[in-house]
Design a binder for this molecule. Sequence first.
Ligand code: AMP
Length: 210
Amino acid sequence: MDLKIVLLGPPGSGKGTQTERLCAELGFTKISTGDLLREAVRNNTPLGVKAKGYMDSGKLVPNELVVDLVKEKLKAVKGGVILDGFPRSLEQAQLLDKFTKVDLVVDIVVNEDNLVKRLTMRRTCKDCSCVYHLEYNPPKVGDECDKCHGPLYQRSDDTERTVRERLNVYKESTLPLTKYYQEKGILKQVDGEGDIAEVYKRILKAIKAK
Ligand code: AMP
C-alpha cells in the first residue's frame, strides 16, 4: 500500500504510538515533525536553536522551519508514509497539498480530560522516540526503553502548564483541519479511547477500507 496518510488528533491522542506500530507492521515510513525537531534541538543545529523556544512554550514553530523539512523527507521516501504531527494548521495543509497528495486522514478523537493525564505521565525514549505511559503502558524495566534500552525521559513540553497551552494551540490551529479534510472526503474519525491495541485495530480498519 503506497498510501500517504496523515494522523490527526490532539497532543496525547496516541498519534506517535500508533504511528510507530503502523510503520513497523505495514512497512510505512514515519515522518514525525515533533521527532525531527526534537532531534534538531538535541543536536543543537541552527534549526534546533530556532525551534526550541517555541516548543518549550507549547507554541507551533514557524512554517519556514517545518515545511521544507517535510517536503525533503517526502521526496526521499518510496512507498507508504504516515505523517505524524504535520500538518498542524490550515496553512500547512494547503502547503502540503502543493507538493503531495494525501490519500487518507485518520483523526483520533479523545476526550480532553484524559489528555492532560496521558501527557503528564508520558515518558519518551531519548534514542528511538518510542513512548510509554507510567500507568497504562509502563516500560518493563525501570526508566529504560523496552525496544532499544535507551533512557526514558519526560519531554520538556509534557509538563501540565505547557500541555494546557498545547491543547489550546491544537483547538485554535489544528482542529479546523478536520473540516478541511472532511470536505475533501478523505477524513476518517476513529475513537481514540481505550487501550492501545483497540485503537490500533480501529485505525487499521480505517486504512484497510481505503
Ligand atoms: P509533537 O511531538 O508532535 O507533540 O510536537 C512537539 C512540538 O513540536 C509542538 O508543540 C510544536 O512546538 C513543534 N511542532 C511539531 N510539529 C509541528 C508542526 N507541524 N508545525 C509547527 N510546530 C510543530
